[in-house]
Write a new protein. Structure first.
Length: 66
């Protein structure tokens, strides 16, 4: 899984309730995209399903050329 906040269609709207912001702080656009290994993604899913952290709110969209 790759988390690319720059291409997230709900960036700015759902960041406050996204696991990325909770665990890592506000993403640095210079570091985007951020790779997330499968086991890490599953672990975050388990934490979110348990109510310990919010879920990943990423809604991937198409990246703008530029």
């Amino acid at each position: 899984m790759v988390i690319d906040c720059d291409s997230c269609q709900v960036a700015g709207l759902a960041c406050d309730d996204c696991v990325v912001t909770v665990l890592l702080g506000t993403p640095d656009p210079r570091l985007s995209p951020v790779p997330l290994a499968g086991d890490h993604a599953r672990a975050i899913g388990v934490l979110a399903d348990s109510g310990l952290v919010p879920p990943l709110r990423l809604v991937p969209g198409e990246r703008q050329a530029g």
